[in-house]
Design a protein around this ligand. Structure first.
Ligand SMILES: Cc1cc2nc3c(=O)[nH]c(=O)nc-3n(C[C@H](O)[C@H](O)[C@H](O)COP(=O)(O)O)c2cc1C
Length: 316
């Protein structure tokens, strides 16, 4: 199961951690997941050591998000129903992006829209912006419903293809489609995104879940349901990365319950070229950087010259 992500020459004792995602060259494959990281973390860790900066999802116009409470702890995971609260594209480009660019690492901007036209409008707006290196399409936020059928875009192969195709026409930047795990067969959606022109896939977003306070008899989240992340979802997301790797040729960014470097290595073995760390950062702000160091140590110990050589090498 070996292919893609060819890369820089290996040094003698050096381990090559660089990976290529579309046109995007990352010096290492570890980044924080959209919505789980902010520039304020710069006070706690050296963000420059991360492979890329993935910004929280933005929409064309500001969104107020879902009613509180928006976060609830569960055994082995957390539920969130933020609902894509953000100040809109213009604010992001004028204010937030300036702060992000200071870290001098590739910037991936996550976008969402009500329909394909809005996704494309936003992608077009970002296309000419220097400092935006790639666009991640959030087709999979479980707290948002699109259209009359009230499903997630990434729950329908045709809707996924429609959005990716329209955005592909609007931008030449690296295009990553973030898929939903809340589906019966993720490979079908993955293939439709690849056929429509996505350069890479993020597999996957959070799982729709719920928790109830038995004293008040009320849901723990103001939105009633929310997205489950953290250790609870790791085996599920890992399985999806494995399935998607066999179904498509474009690189996969693994996301879902990666808490330490061992989890990260499992994702790479099953087909991930890069990784997004979310909930682990809430426990340990330096999680991404420590995970990258752990992968380097694993590669050295196993005499593997480059991380890209590890991708998809699980022995079945
Ligand atoms: C509080 C919170 C906010 C999130 N916001 C976004 C978001 O704005 N856009 C997005 O694509 N994913 C968002 N996610 C999903 C994460 O990027 C990630 O895909 C998911 O949490 C699974 O990874 P994890 O188990 O490592 O957290 C959010 C997750 C959490 C926990």
């Amino acid at each position: 199961m070996q292919r893609r992500t060819g890369l820089r020459r290996e040094g003698n004792n050096m381990v090559d951690m660089s990976v290529k995602i579309g046109k995007l060259k990352l010096k290492n494959p570890v980044m924080a997941g959209s919505g789980t990281f902010g520039t304020e973390y710069g006070e706690l860790l050296d963000i420059k050591k991360m492979g890329a900066y993935v910004a929280k999802t933005i929409t064309m116009r500001p969104r107020t998000g879902n009613p509180p409470p928006r976060v609830a702890e569960t055994p082995s995971g957390m539920l969130n129903s933020i609902g894509l609260e953000n100040k809109g594209a213009e604010y992001f480009l004028k204010e937030t992006l300036t702060g992000i660019k200071k870290f001098d690492i590739p910037v991936i901007v996550s976008i969402a829209g009500d329909d394909a036209a809005e996704f494309a409008e936003l992608a077009k707006r970002l296309d000419k912006v220097r400092g935006v290196d790639a666009i991640e399409l959030n087709l999979s936020c479980p707290n948002i419903r699109y259209g009359a059928r009230s499903h997630l875009i990434a729950q329908c192969d045709k809707a996924t293809a429609k959005v990716v195709k329209k955005v592909r026409k609007a931008t030449g930047k690296t295009l990553i489609a973030k898929l939903s795990p809340n589906v019966t067969d993720i490979t079908r959606i993955a293939k439709s995104a690849e056929d429509a022109g996505a350069d890479a896939l993020t597999v996957a977003n959070t799982y729709l879940g719920m928790a109830v306070d038995i004293d008040t008899k009320r849901p723990m989240l103001g939105n009633v349901t929310g997205g489950l992340s953290g250790p609870a979802i790791k085996p599920l997301s890992l399985r999806m990365v494995y399935q998607v790797y066999k179904a498509v040729k474009i690189p996969i960014i693994g996301s879902g319950g990666i808490m330490d470097w061992k989890d990260a290595v499992e994702f790479i073995l099953c087909g991930a070229s890069a990784l997004q760390i979310g909930t682990a950062t809430f426990v340990n702000p330096s999680a991404s950087i420590e995970i990258a160091s752990g992968i380097i140590a694993y590669l050295r110990k196993n005499k593997i010259g480059s991380v890209s050589k590890l991708t998809g090498t699980v022995k079945i």
